[in-house]
Design a protein around this ligand. Structure first.
Ligand code: PLP
Length: 455
């Protein structure tokens, strides 16, 4: 590569690169000059706590020595098109099946989260001979045309009017639910009853799959009420519908268990994964299928594929990444650190602008409101990419950055999802920064004209 200075990098970036989900005129990217563990440094040598693991994928942290060492061995296994068996593809598939729910049998490799979801939809349609796909509002499944159709939020709108047969149902979102429930089980029963009705209205025999982020991530870490996931499993079994869990963000230890489905008493038929399988050191995603689904393709052609399915470099990095989870007890560590983070997040409820905090393992969101009593959101629904985008939430995320706390927001929720290697001390240091930013935000932006605002 050419050696060019920072000014030239930014200049070329501005001239030649299109940045996702942005008005190009607003884009002013920093350069990551160096990174290590949970930290990175920008081009003005400012240090940041990476509190969202880039886009919630860097579970093992930046610059992991084992992965850097693995890169030195790239090229030792020959590149091979998907029809060949390779050592790294075979080993990684086996390693994934060893840690997946026990009904899971085989892996189909893709490039990332969205295309894995596309392949999962096709697999479900082939296996069931049905065409409708249920997925949820307040979900994100990726930006390809298929995954875009699955997504239940405004990042879907550019693929609309979209594909026939993609039906949306509600995600339980108890903080904003108008109906008040006695307990979580009652909430689960309420949402399951509505889902059951919707299945009946749509015709169970036409529904191939119910597609869900096990725990919706970018839409605010919405943890399902007790019994809900198990209830969806029962409905799927009852109507012969395949249950597909998108573990792209929640998988590989993020929630304190290997997969988020491990928190529930259920076995999905299909799971999709990406991010944490290589922690972004090389792009990789895939679809894990149950024994039953796998068997179907013994005698039927798997009518899907891609040039880089099981790419040698990515699967090699994947093998090394899975070894790190095991050798460093990272999943158990994430569960432990999750408790430390939870304690700090719960304290945030004292702030007048914090409506809700939701957390499981090292997967958390802080939902901000303009008014705690009315729950008026800090940004109105769907306005992330609209004129409100220059408003309060952008200010708050800017304040976090100023403090050296790097993360991103979606609607009114701020993501807190640090690398799983984070220590107790680092969590406390980072959350101190979060609190400082929040105090400044309330004082100077949110309640500047109402200094006596009660909590
Ligand atoms: C739950 C979920 N599914 C799918 C995707 C899409 O993955 P990718 O960006 O690798 O295509 C994402 C991305 O954030 C995600 O969070």
């Amino acid at each position: 590569m050419e050696q060019i200075d920072d000014r030239q990098i930014k200049e070329d970036d501005r001239h030649y690169v299109l940045h996702a989900w942005s008005k190009q005129k607003d884009v002013q990217p920093k350069i990551i000059k160096k990174a290590d563990g949970i930290f990175f440094w920008d081009d003005s040598d400012k240090k940041y706590y990476d509190m969202c693991s880039q886009l919630v994928y860097l579970n093992v942290g930046h610059n992991h020595p084992k992965l850097m060492e693995e890169f030195r061995h790239i090229g030792e296994i020959p590149l091979a098109s998907p029809g060949f068996a390779t050592a790294s593809k075979a080993e990684l598939a086996r390693k994934i099946i060893e840690v997946a729910p026990k009904n899971m049998a085989k892996v189909f490799f893709a490039n990332g989260g969205a295309d894995s979801n596309d392949h999962a939809v096709k697999i479900a349609r082939m296996v069931t001979g049905r065409y409708k796909i249920f997925s949820r509002y307040r979900s994100y499944h990726g930006a390809t045309f298929g995954a875009g159709n699955l997504s239940g939020e405004n990042r879907r709108f550019t693929v609309e009017p979209g594909l026939p047969g993609f039906i949306k149902f509600e995600t339980p979102y108890l903080y904003r639910e108008k109906v008040k429930f006695e307990n979580e089980e009652a909430a689960a029963a309420f949402y399951l009853d509505r889902l059951n009705s919707q299945i009946l209205y749509e015709g169970p025999d036409s529904i191939a799959a119910i597609f869900m982020e096990t725990i919706p991530g970018s839409n605010g870490v919405l943890i399902p009420p007790k019994g809900y996931m198990e209830g969806v499993r029962e409905l799927c079994t009852k109507y012969g519908i395949l249950m597909i869990c998108d573990e792209v963000m929640s998988g590989f230890g993020r929630t304190g268990k290997m997969f988020a489905v491990d928190h529930f008493d259920l076995e999905p038929d299909i799971m999709t994964f990406a991010k944490g399988v290589t922690c972004g050191y090389s792009p990789l995603g895939g679809v894990i299928v149950s024994e039953e689904v796998a068997k179907y393709f013994d005698d039927h052609v798997l009518m899907t594929g891609l040039t880089y399915s099981g790419h040698t470099v990515s699967t090699q990095i994947g093998c090394a990444t899975l070894d790190i989870y095991k050798d460093e007890d990272l999943i158990e560590h994430a569960a432990e650190m999750g408790k430390v983070l939870a304690a700090r997040l719960e304290q945030l409820r004292e702030f007048a602008s914090v409506g809700d905090v939701r957390h499981i393992g090292l997967f958390a969101a802080v939902e901000l409101v303009k008014n705690k009593q009315t729950k008026e959101p800090i940004i109105s629904y769907g306005m992330d990419y609209g004129k409100d985008a220059v408003g309060l939430m952008k200010k708050f995320v800017g304040l976090l950055m100023e403090q050296g706390f790097y993360t991103y927001s979606h609607e009114s929720s701020v993501m807190v999802a640090p690398p799983l290697i984070i220590t107790e001390q680092q969590i406390n240091e980072a959350m101190d920064l979060f609190e400082h930013a929040l105090m400044k935000f309330e004082r100077e932006d949110l309640f500047a004209d109402q200094p006596l605002m009660a909590k």
